[in-house]
Design a protein around this ligand. Structure first.
Ligand SMILES: Cc1cc2nc3c(=O)[nH]c(=O)nc-3n(C[C@H](O)[C@H](O)[C@H](O)COP(=O)(O)O)c2cc1C
Length: 161
C-alpha cells in the first residue's frame, strides 16, 4: 500500500492493539497506525461500560463478521460492508437467514423490544479479532503512553538484531 500511495501518508489499520503492532506497521513503511477497538476498552470511549468489559473478557473467536445485527436493528448501513461484532443471540438465531430477517418486520420489532427490556445490548458490540490483546481498561492517556513505549522498545529491539 505504501508503495502505491506514496507520497500520500498511509495509516495502517486493523488488528493493531499494542505497541508491537504499531512498530510492525512503521517497519513496513506506514506513517502511523489507526487503532480502533483497543481504544474502545478505555473509560473515555463513548460506549456502554458492559461492552468495554465484554471486549476485555472476549476472545478473537468470539467475534464474527455479519450483517444480521444491522438488519435486525433496521440500520441503513450498506449490507455489503459487514461489521465484526461479539456474539449475540440474534446472530445465533438468524445467521445465514439474512434475507428472511430483512423480510420479517416482527423479528425486527422483537429486537427493538428486547433492547427496551434490557435483554440485549442497545448497540451491536463492535470488536476486532485483536481483542485477544486487550486485557485491561486503562485511561486513553495511559494507553497512548504504553503504545508508544512498547513500539519504541520493539523498534529498538529489532534494530539491535
Ligand atoms: C468507534 C468505531 C467506529 C467505527 N466505525 C466504522 C465505520 O463507520 N465503518 C467501518 O468500516 N469501520 C468502522 N469501524 C471499524 C474500524 O474500521 C476498525 O476498528 C479499524 O480498522 C481499526 O481496526 P482495529 O479495531 O482492529 O484496531 C469502527 C471502529 C470503531 C472502534
Amino acid at each position: 500500500m505504501v508503495d502505491l500511495a506514496t507520497p500520500t501518508p498511509v495509516l495502517a489499520a486493523g488488528g493493531i492493539a499494542d505497541g508491537r503492532g504499531v512498530a510492525a506497521a512503521l517497519a513496513l513503511g506506514a506513517d502511523g497506525a489507526l487503532v480502533g477497538t483497543r481504544f474502545h476498552a478505555t473509560p473515555e470511549a463513548l460506549l456502554a461500560p458492559e461492552t468495554a468489559r465484554a471486549i476485555v473478557a472476549g476472545r478473537g473467536e468470539d467475534t464474527e463478521r455479519n450483517s444480521v445485527l444491522d438488519i435486525a436493528r433496521s440500520s441503513r448501513w450498506p449490507a455489503k460492508y459487514t461489521a465484526r461484532t461479539l456474539g449475540h443471540p440474534y446472530l445465533d438465531g438468524w445467521r445465514g437467514r439474512e434475507d428472511e430477517l430483512a423480510a420479517a418486520p416482527h423479528a425486527q420489532q422483537a429486537y427493538q423490544d428486547a433492547v427496551v427490556r434490557g435483554e440485549i445490548p442497545a448497540l451491536p458490540q463492535w470488536a476486532s479479532e485483536a481483542i485477544d490483546l486487550i486485557n485491561d481498561l486503562p485511561s486513553a492517556a495511559d494507553l497512548v503512553g504504553t503504545l508508544a513505549a512498547q513500539a519504541e522498545a520493539a523498534l529498538s529491539r529489532a534494530g539491535r538484531r
